[in-house]
Design a protein around this ligand. Structure first.
Ligand SMILES: [Mg+2]
Length: 218
């Protein structure tokens, strides 16, 4: 029986979110508040991130320097490899994009599957170009990637084995609801929304807590 850990990236495998660092630190002050347009239902989540990333006018090196501030879990390499040794498959599911995710994850060589949007650095008047993965079986017009569909697919693949999902955002809630409470690991907005709905979950602050709990309950 398979064991599958699905994890969000921004705010989950990393303490901080790329889009938030970009908007706080490097976007021009006159950049429109696209997030409020998303909250009002005028823009999709995908369109909001595309708008923020393409508004970047900084040099690529300045943006790359932000990646450290995302605070990738320092024990990810160690604990990710241990999980894989114990038979877990790791799936990273993100409504962000692969341009920054790959830069952070690939050097660590933890075996994993990544489902996310495409990203390409263009610079100049184009900033970071994000495009949805139209070829993905998990493509979603709203987010680029449909995390609930990834969880549903993992449940089929695992065929009665364990499927765990760790996330921190509102885009993670629908996927959480497909699992029983002991397999939902949530923080921040995701935890708040589950609480508001009267749904139980396992709270965490650092991703290492999720990994250690899975390793202890092998
Ligand atoms: Mg997140």
């Amino acid at each position: 029986m398979q064991r599958i850990l699905i994890t969000d990236f921004d705010g989950t495998l990393c303490q901080n979110e790329f889009y938030q660092l970009v908007s706080e630190r490097i976007l021009p002050a006159d950049t429109p508040n696209y997030w409020s347009q998303f909250v009002r239902g005028e823009l999709s989540h995908l369109a909001v991130l595309q708008a923020y990333f393409s508004a970047i006018r900084a040099e690529e090196d300045t943006v790359l320097a932000l990646l450290k501030e995302m605070k990738l879990e320092p024990r990810f390499e160690e604990l990710g490899k241990k999980l894989v040794e114990q038979g877990w498959s790791i799936i990273v599911a993100s409504a962000g994009c692969d341009w920054y995710i790959r830069k952070l994850l690939e050097p660590l060589e933890v075996p994993l599957t990544l489902h996310t949007n495409h990203g390409r650095w263009r610079g100049g008047k184009h900033g970071l170009e994000m495009t949805p993965p139209l070829e993905s079986p998990f493509y979603s017009a709203e987010y680029g990637i449909d995390k609930a569909a990834i969880v549903a697919d993992a449940l089929q693949t695992a065929d009665g084995g364990r499927v765990v999902f760790a996330g921190d955002g509102l885009t993670d809630v629908a996927g959480m609801l497909l699992l029983s409470s002991s397999f939902r690991f949530a923080r921040r907005d995701c935890a708040g929304e589950l609480q508001r709905r009267g749904e139980s979950f396992q709270p965490f602050d650092r991703w290492a807590e999720v990994a250690l709990s899975l390793l202890e309950n092998a």
